[in-house]
Design a protein around this ligand. Structure first.
Ligand code: NDP
Length: 280
């Protein structure tokens, strides 16, 4: 890393990791990140680009995507593109079009991070409104399915195609008042398992990741009384994301359940370490 680091938050985070990625880890890869405008997705997009990947920045709020695009353009030699897309409204036809555009522009796709998410109400099931339930299922599950299916031919054609789904602590162990957020994350775990089994003889490899409690707008909304300064930054969570997206991720079984907290590359091959936590 150069001394005058343009991404000091990442530089600080890397100094605390046991995993030290090759600076050219993702050079030449094309990776699509959903929810790339904010929080963990924005950080993952900038981090993947920092390590050499060309980023397809998919998200809902154009101005936020532009900020990420501008940062990547100013600080890396990669070739990002913006894909404004509301996953609540997008259908398979929109993703089929995205497949065509991806192949036209990059000629390939060799990485996919399903990250976009929303919190929804924190109430008992009896008080959970149906519209919110359907919104969360749409964004976390239906859109992830449609996007994965539409992009599958590009991923199958790649030499190595990591597909990473974002889960949660409450997507692996249900908890009161997490409603559709928890249930949809369980569905994401199931989607990942089915995809991994179907693609076991292909270049596609699949994992789910639990970021753990991370300093973002979603976390602040879930725990308004919490001091964000006590939480890990998105950059501190990036070791597991990078490991899976890069060639070392090929050593992991498919599917793997990753936990971004205290990620240890030496233990990663065993599947996951999953310490207890209070994160959503
Ligand atoms: P943020 O709320 O900070 O960011 C979520 C991103 O998803 C935003 O960019 C948002 O877009 C985008 N998004 C939401 N709805 C849509 C939609 N309909 N179409 C397109 N994009 C959409 O959340 P985090 O960064 O905290 O969360 C990222 C992922 O990590 C989520 O899947 C979350 O469930 C998971 N997670 C987070 C934890 C945490 O502690 N932060 C813990 C465990 C899991 P916009 O900017 O336009 O709002």
């Amino acid at each position: 890393m150069p001394a005058d680091h343009p991404y000091p938050e990442l530089q600080r985070a890397i100094s605390g990791w046991s995993y030290q990625p090759d600076p050219a880890l993702l050079r030449g890869r094309t990776i699509l990140v959903t929810g790339a405008g904010d929080g963990i997705g924005s950080c993952a997009a900038r981090t993947f680009a920092w390590y050499g990947a060309n980023l397809i920045l998919l998200g809902r709020t154009h101005a936020k995507l532009e900020r990420v695009f501008d940062w990547i353009s100013a600080n890396t030699a990669t070739d990002p593109v913006i894909v404004p897309c509301d996953l609540e409204a997008a259908d398979r036809a929109a993703f089929d079009q995205l497949f065509e555009q991806t192949i036209d522009h990059y000629g390939k796709l060799d990485g996919l991070l399903h990250n976009a998410g929303l919190l929804g109400p924190r109430v008992p099931l009896a008080h959970y409104d149906s519209d919110s339930w359907r919104r969360l299922m749409q964004v976390h599950v239906n859109a992830a399915f449609d996007l994965s299916a539409a992009l599958m031919p590009a991923l199958e054609a790649a030499t190595d195609a990591p597909v990473l789904f974002t889960s949660s602590t409450v997507g692996r162990q249900g908890r009161a008042y997490w409603g559709a957020y928890a249930v949809s994350k369980f569905a994401v775990e199931g989607l990942a398992q089915v995809m991994a089994d179907e693609t076991s003889k292909s270049s596609i490899r699949v994992a789910t990741i639990n970021p753990g409690a991370t300093r973002t707008a979603m976390r602040a909304a879930a725990y308004p009384g919490e001091d964000p300064g006590t939480l890990a930054t998105p950059e501190q969570r990036m070791a597991a994301y990078l490991y899976f997206m890069g060639p070392e991720g090929k050593t992991l079984p498919s599917p793997t359940r990753l936990d971004a907290r205290d990620f240890d590359p030496d233990a990663a091959g065993a599947g996951s370490s999953q310490p207890a936590g209070s994160s959503g």
